[in-house]
Design a protein around this ligand. Structure first.
Ligand code: GLV
Length: 347
C-alpha cells in the first residue's frame, strides 16, 4: 500500500501565503480532458492541485508527456495511450492512473503494476447505459431506421409499399452474445422481451447462473458464428479477441446475419467486415466502435447502406457520464490516500 497522505481542507488556509504553501504540498493531478463533468473535478480540486488539458480534442502526446511530469495522479480517457513512455515521463512519484471508462486496454497495466501504480476505472455505472445504446443500435440496424429516415428527406418515400424498407425482426431469431459479462447480460435481458427463439453466449468460462436468468445456452465461437441471426459483440479487447471476427468468421455466417459491436473496434477485422457487407455475405452491421476512431470521412464503410455507425456513445447518458467523472475522481483520491478505490483494476 502506498503511504497514506493527509488532506487538510482548503478553507483552513485563508491567507494567500498559507494557500500557496498549502497548494505546493497538495498532490498534483493532471486531467487529460477539460470536458469531464465538473462534479468530478470539484472533488479533486478540494484536495489536489489540478491542471487540465484545455481543448476538447484529445491531448497531443507531446503535451501529455510534458504535463504529466511530476504529477501524483493522472486522470485520463480511452483516447490517451498510457504506456511506458508516459509513465517514465511522469516520474516515480506517480501513484495512480484513473481512466473515465470501463475499458482500460489503452493503459499498460503490467507496466503500472511493476511500478506500484494503481489503476482505476469505471465499470458497473455504465452497464445500463451501454446496454440501452446497444439495443437502440440493434433496432436501428435491423429495422433500417437511418436508411428509412433518409428516404423521407431525399424524395425516396413515394408511397407506402408492402416490401419497402423491410428489416429482420428479433422475434423468433437466434441471438449470439460474444462476451457475457455485466454489459452482455444486461443486453441479453433487454433482448428477451423481443421474443427471440434462443440466446446463446460465447465466453472463456461458463456462466451458468447468469445465463439461466435469460435462458441462454453456452456455445463455442464456431457454433455462434454459423447459427446466429444476430451477433452482439460485448467482450473486452484482448490478444485473444483481437480481430476474431475475421474473413473466415464472416464466411461462416448466415447471409441474414446482423453484427452489432458496442465493445471495441479492434475485435473486428474491419476490412473483412467491409467485404462481407459489400458482398452481402452478411445482412448488416451496427457499430458504435471502429478502427480508427473517429472513422475517416473517406472510409469505404461509410458508402454502404447496410451499416449503421455511431461515434462511440455507448455510455453517453448524462447521469452516467457525471457519475463516471465522480468515480474517476474518487478513485484518484482513494489511491492517493492509500484507501480502497471505488473500482480498481486487479493487477
Ligand atoms: C467505453 O467504451 C468505455 O470503455 O467506457
Amino acid at each position: 500500500m502506498p503511504p497514506r497522505l493527509s488532506f487538510a481542507p482548503v478553507r483552513n488556509f485563508a491567507k494567500q501565503g498559507n494557500l500557496t504553501r498549502r497548494m505546493s504540498s497538495q498532490p498534483k493531478v493532471y486531467v487529460t480532458r477539460p470536458d469531464v463533468d465538473d462534479s468530478g473535478l470539484e472533488l479533486l480540486r478540494k484536495r489536489c492541485q489540478v491542471s487540465t488539458w484545455n481543448e476538447t480534442i484529445p491531448v497531443p502526446r507531446c503535451e501529455l508527456i510534458r504535463e504529466v511530469a511530476g504529477k501524483d495522479a493522472l486522470y485520463c480517457a480511452l483516447t490517451d495511450k498510457i504506456d511506458k513512455e508516459v509513465l517514465d515521463a511522469a516520474g516515480s512519484q506517480l501513484k495512480c492512473v484513473a481512466t473515465i471508462s470501463v475499458g482500460y486496454e489503452h493503459i499498460d497495466v503490467q507496466e503500472c503494476k511493476k511500478r506500484g501504480i494503481r489503476v482505476g476505472f469505471t465499470p458497473d455505472v455504465l452497464t445500463d447505459a451501454t446496454a440501452e445504446l446497444t439495443l437502440a443500435l440493434l433496432l436501428a440496424t435491423n429495422r433500417r431506421l437511418f436508411e428509412a429516415n433518409k428516404q423521407v428527406y431525399n424524395g425516396g418515400w413515394k408511397s407506402w409499399a408492402p416490401m419497402w424498407m423491410c428489416g429482420q425482426g428479433l422475434k423468433g431469431s437466434r441471438v449470439g452474445m460474444f462476451g457475457f459479462g455485466r454489459i452482455g447480460q444486461e443486453i441479453a435481458a433487454r433482448i428477451v422481451p423481443f421474443k427471440p427463439a434462443e440466446i446463446t453466449y460465447t465466453t472463456r468460462s461458463p456462466r451458468p447462473q447468469e445465463a439461466a436468468t435469460v435462458n441462454a445456452r453456452r456455445v463455442d465461437f464456431d457454433e455462434m458464428v454459423c447459427n446466429s441471426d444476430f451477433i452482439v459483440v460485448c467482450c473486452a479487447l484482448t490478444p485473444e479477441t483481437k480481430e476474431i471476427f475475421s474473413t473466415e468468421a464472416f464466411q461462416k455466417m448466415k447471409p441474414n446475419c446482423i453484427l452489432i459491436n458496442t465493445a471495441r473496434g479492434g475485435v473486428v477485422d474491419q476490412k473483412a467486415l467491409y467485404e462481407a457487407l459489400k458482398n452481402k455475405q452478411i445482412l448488416a452491421a451496427g457499430l458504435d466502435v471502429t478502427t480508427p476512431e473517429p472513422l475517416p470521412l473517406d472510409d469505404p464503410l461509410l458508402k454502404l447502406d447496410n451499416v449503421v455507425i455511431l461515434p462511440h456513445i455507448g455510455s453517453a447518458d448524462i447521469e452516467t457520464r457525471k457519475e463516471m467523472s465522480r468515480i474517476t475522481a474518487r478513485n484518484i483520491l482513494a489511491a492517493l490516500a492509500g484507501d480502497k478505490m471505488d473500482a480498481e483494476v486487479k493487477l
